[in-house]
Design a protein. Structure first.
Length: 82
């Protein structure tokens, strides 16, 4: 066993003794991977949030045009009945 491996083994042994109830100990690589996945998820959510106002504005304009058409049709129908 190399000197580094021996030191790492001893350090892990001390951690296990210090925190006996901990079942899993994450490595730096696992932490970096978790951080990368979280950043990716945050970026996806930010993109969706950025798209929402334009979708909402498009919907509001569409509903407004539909409402205007409906009111105009009803007024024209009423005008012909009088």
């Amino acid at each position: 066993m190399t000197a580094k491996a021996k030191i790492i083994t001893e350090d892990f042994g001390q951690l296990i003794e210090q925190y006996p109830n901990q079942q899993d100990v994450a490595t730096q690589t696992q932490l970096r991977e978790s951080e990368r996945l979280l950043q990716k998820g945050i970026t996806e959510v930010e993109v969706k949030i950025a798209e929402t106002p334009s979708d909402l504005a498009r919907s509001v304009v569409g509903v407004g045009m539909l409402q205007t058409s409906l009111i105009t049709g009803v007024l024209l129908k009423v005008a012909h009945l009088i």
